[in-house]
Design a protein around this ligand. Sequence first.
Ligand code: 5GP
Length: 185
Amino acid sequence: MILKKGKVLPGNVLKVDSFLNHQMDTSLFCEMGKELYKLFKDEGITKILTIEASGIGIAAVVSLSFGVPVLFAKKHKSKNLVGDFYTSKVESFTHGGVYDILVSKDFLSKDDRVLIVDDFLANGNALVGLIDLVNDAGAVVVGAGIAIEKGYQGGGDKLRERGIRVESLAIVEKMDSESGEIIFR
Ligand code: 5GP
C-alpha cells in the first residue's frame, strides 16, 4: 500500500492520507491488528494506548483483535493542567513546537499492561511522551505497534536500545522526494 499509494513529500514526510491517516482503509487496519496480535498475544495486554488524532482509527480497529479497551492521549495547549490527569510533553514532528498530552487517571492504573499503537514513528517523540505517561501511572509498557517507522530518523532504534519492544509493520529505510523512491529496511 505504501508503494502503491504513498507519496514522498519534501521535508522527509511520507504522505499516506489516502489509506492511513485521513481516508482510512479499515480492512488494512484489521490485518494490522491480526499481525500485532500475533506478535503480542502472550503479553497479557489490558489496554491499547494511542494519541489523537491519527492514531485513533488504527488503534480502535487493532483493539478488536485484543479484546481490550483503547485509550487515546489528548493533546492540550495549556501549560498548567490541573486535575486528575497523567501528563507529559511531546515535540511535534509535523507541526513544530511542544504540546502537552494527557490521559485521565480513571483509565490507566498500575495494573495495566499497555500496548502503544501509532501511525508513524519518526524521531520517537510521540512515543517517548506516551511511554512517560504510562510510567507515571505505574503501568507497564509492553511495547509499541507502529504502522510505519521512518528508520532513518532513528527514533525506533533509540527506543529499542532502551529495551522497549518496538514492532513496526513497515520500516522505511530511505526515501527520495525527487524520484519518489521508497526503500524498506
Ligand atoms: P515522532 O514523534 O516519532 O517524531 O513523530 C510521530 C508523529 O509525527 C506521528 O504520530 C505522526 O502523526 C507524525 N509524523 C511523523 N512523520 C510523519 C510522516 O512522514 N508522515 C506523516 N503523515 N506523519 C508523520
